[in-house]
Write a protein of this length. Structure first.
Length: 123
């Protein structure tokens, strides 16, 4: 049960090198973040000025708040602004499906074992 809860709630916020989020400051037009993920990675950019978010040299969206998801692999995230900007990026990574299946299997086995133990005690 703990493993399943870990996979669903805690693991997605443990993005290597970033720990779940990072503050950014833009003074010289842009800031870049190399990203690597073994599963789908979603991020949200919040800023006090309008920013343009690009992934792998392709503009994705523009605004004060931008959300986007990338598939597993290596990516280059670039945040640009025509004026000085300050903001925060939140990263959330999907847990690998194999983890969810494994923990669900453990939960089923544990529940079956507990049920069998309760039957033996009551009868």
């Amino acid at each position: 049960m703990v493993g399943l809860l870990f996979s669903i709630f805690l693991y997605p916020t443990l993005v290597p090198y970033y720990g779940g989020g990072e503050r950014f400051l833009i003074f010289d037009n842009s800031v870049e973040y190399p990203l690597y993920s073994k599963s789908k990675l979603c991020f949200e950019v919040s800023s006090n000025a309008t920013v343009i978010v690009a992934v792998d040299s392709e503009d994705v969206e523009e605004g004060l708040e931008v959300s986007y998801c990338v598939d597993a692999g290596e990516h280059l995230l670039r945040i640009r602004s025509n004026e000085p900007a300050e903001g925060f990026i939140n990263f959330r990574q999907e847990p690998p499906c194999i983890w969810l299946l494994f923990y669900l299997l453990l939960l089923i086995i544990g529940s079956a074992g507990l049920s069998e133990t309760m039957k033996r005690r009551s009868g």
